[in-house]
Design a protein around this ligand. Structure first.
Ligand SMILES: Cc1ncc(COP(=O)(O)O)c(C=O)c1O
Length: 392
């Protein structure tokens, strides 16, 4: 922590370190760098004009209401219930709570589920916001090893939740579709087993789902909330579907839980504009374009991985989302390599940024933000740097 702080801080605050990811993303935001580091949507696809029309119309027609405090906007709740119903999840509009994104949803879930010394189960590699939301000084974050193609290791999950491991954890946190950072999705069998385990051991499921609607290949599977609504806290977000700056998402939780427990007021203007965007049928054509573009970029990056990376590299083959996870041979150190490749004009996130320990030979590559030509160029530079470090 900053040594100029001249007042007492919580034990948790004293332990806070600046997130490695934030630091890296700041370095790699330079326009001359081909960045596979951030989790940013393709900038040229952000729906600037459509959003401008919807938000201006709302201001013009409902200005005073849009700029006032306001409860969750019923037409937005109804549109979101419809969106979930289209994915096979039976949900009523009044079960949909508006949040300011999945990150706020994670914090709310943490508040609802965790006491000062509770345990929770998560993947070995997670989006850092999960640790922020569920971690705490005396809390037990039980990590489960992950597989580069399958995600969560379900056998290890059983072990991590078994009574021999100590007090029962409160919840299992997961991203079943297009995991960040792994890019993996849970199979049908894994979902069935996960839900059965949660029921058997009386655990909540936190389904963090910012990417579920970004599927560009393979078959869509029913979200966990559609399988076990009575024990799932589901979190959706418009950050990757429309634009991160809207800071709006939604939460579905068992009836009666959220209403009394949390304050979920988010911007009335953004909520009304989003309702307008959805009711005008602007989401689907936008998503169709995003999916086509991301599929092309995923293909381009996968081909480049096969062409330029050492043949021993293992990597995930995402069917949606924004990320590919790469595991290299043990002698590679992706954190040590990064400054050198940034110098050569490319950036990625070392896998260690997502774990509490380990992951020195792994990296996360984002494929949504760079053009296909920049993907080719950047991957060739990265592959060259890795091949130069192959043992003779
Ligand atoms: C897995 C995961 N959860 C939560 C978030 C936070 O998203 P939001 O912008 O909706 O707060 C992200 C953002 O990248 C994410 O990847």
């Amino acid at each position: 922590m900053n040594s100029q702080v001249d007042f007492p801080l919580s034990r948790e605050a004293q332990r806070l370190k600046r997130s490695m990811m934030r630091q890296l993303i700041a370095v790699t935001a330079r326009p001359d760098i081909i960045s596979f580091a951030g989790g940013l949507p393709a900038p040229e696809l952000l729906p600037v004009e459509a959003w401008s029309e919807c938000s201006q119309r709302v201001l013009k027609d409902e200005g005073a209401k849009a700029l006032q405090y306001g409860p969750p906007f019923p037409p937005l709740q109804a549109a979101l219930a419809e969106l979930m119903q289209a994915r096979g999840v039976a949900v009523e509009p009044d079960q949909v709570f508006i949040t300011s994104g999945c990150q706020q949803g994670l914090h709310i879930a943490g508040r609802l589920l965790m006491d000062a010394d509770s345990a929770v189960v998560l993947d070995q590699y997670v989006f850092p916001g999960v640790r922020q939301a569920f971690g705490g000084f005396d809390r037990d974050l039980r990590e489960v090893p992950t597989h580069v193609e399958r995600g969560f290791d379900l056998d290890a999950l059983e072990e991590a939740t078994s009574p021999q491991r100590g007090p029962a954890p409160r919840a299992i946190i997961n991203v079943p579709d297009f995991h960040n950072p792994l890019g993996t999705s849970l199979s049908e069998e894994a979902r069935v087993r996960l839900v059965a385990l949660a029921r058997e051991r009386n655990l909540a499921l936190v389904e963090d789902d910012p990417y579920g609607l970004l599927r560009f290949s393979g078959e869509a599977l029913l979200p966990l909330v559609g399988r076990a609504p009575e024990r799932t806290i589901y979190l959706g977000s418009f950050s990757k579907l429309v634009a991160p700056a809207l800071r709006t998402g939604w939460m579905i939780a068992p009836a009666g839980l959220t209403e009394e427990s949390v304050d979920l007021e988010s911007s009335a203007w953004i909520q009304r504009s989003l309702a307008d965007f959805l009711h005008a049928g602007r989401l689907e054509p936008h998503l169709a374009q995003v999916r086509t573009t991301y599929r092309q970029r995923r293909d381009r990056m996968t081909t480049a991985l096969e062409t330029h990376f050492p043949a021993s590299a293992r990597f995930s083959r995402p069917q949606g989302g924004m990320f590919i996870w790469v595991e290299l041979d043990d002698h590679y150190d992706t954190l040590a390599l990064l400054p050198e490749v940034v110098e050569a004009g490319v950036a990625y996130i070392p896998g260690a940024a997502f774990s509490s320990e380990g992951g020195h030979n792994t990296m996360r590559l984002n494929f949504s933000n760079a053009s296909p030509e920049r993907i080719d160029e950047g991957m060739a530079i990265l592959g060259q740097a890795l091949r130069e470090r192959m043992p003779a």
